[in-house]
Design a protein around this ligand. Sequence first.
Ligand code: NAG
Ligand code: NAG
Ligand code: NAG
Length: 181
Amino acid sequence: MRYQLYFVLLLSYVITSCGVVSTNEHRCIGFNSCMCKSSVGIIDISALANKNGTARFRDIPSPDAAQSTVSWNPCYPFSDGTYQAMACYNVSGCVVHYAAGMFWYYSLGTQQSATFITDATRGLGIYYNTTEQGGRSLFVQLQCDPKVEADFGVSPDDPYVDNTFYFTLRSRWTCPDPHRN
Ligand SMILES: *[C@@H]1O[C@H](CO)[C@@H](O)[C@H](O)[C@H]1NC(C)=O
Ligand SMILES: *[C@@H]1O[C@H](CO)[C@@H](O)[C@H](O)[C@H]1NC(C)=O
Ligand SMILES: *[C@@H]1O[C@H](CO)[C@@H](O)[C@H](O)[C@H]1NC(C)=O
């Protein structure tokens, strides 16, 4: 009986978050860079994180004009471009741009910068930012899909605005777990 109730709550959340209705009513308060708590349960994406200093999601073509790629790792820092003069050290996200015969690396913020926010149009996401190298930021929209392990890509609507890169993570790990709260 309790489980049935949980299931109904979860199902209604899934329907709400995948439909036109936004998830604004389900604010999720961040504990750390990896986990947040909403009224319908905990979201914990640590299962998707690499723990060895590499990025789980690597070299995804980015939506900016510079033919760059973006890498992202949830929860734990990673480094990229170790042998280059300019590199990303201990970041949560990194943009790589190839120009003038070399690779240029730009941080998208550290794990310490991670903030769970509920954006009015994009819904729940994790926002990372930095003031280094002119300042860039990354917003990873969290979309619950119980059938998908992890699908990370450029957000379809306005994917690059004012030095902010908008990506979407569709995953079963972004569904709130009603058994943990
Ligand atoms: C880091 O960990 C990931 C996930 O476990 C693994 O696929 C990858 O090969 C590892 N990379 C290195 C350099 O150890
Ligand atoms: C990155 O983190 C490692 C491990 O904590 C540390 O040894 C290193 O100094 C850091 N590098 C930078 C540039 O912050
Ligand atoms: C990141 O953004 C937040 C909220 O807009 C702001 O308060 C903070 O100062 C920014 N941090 C950096 C490192 O830019």
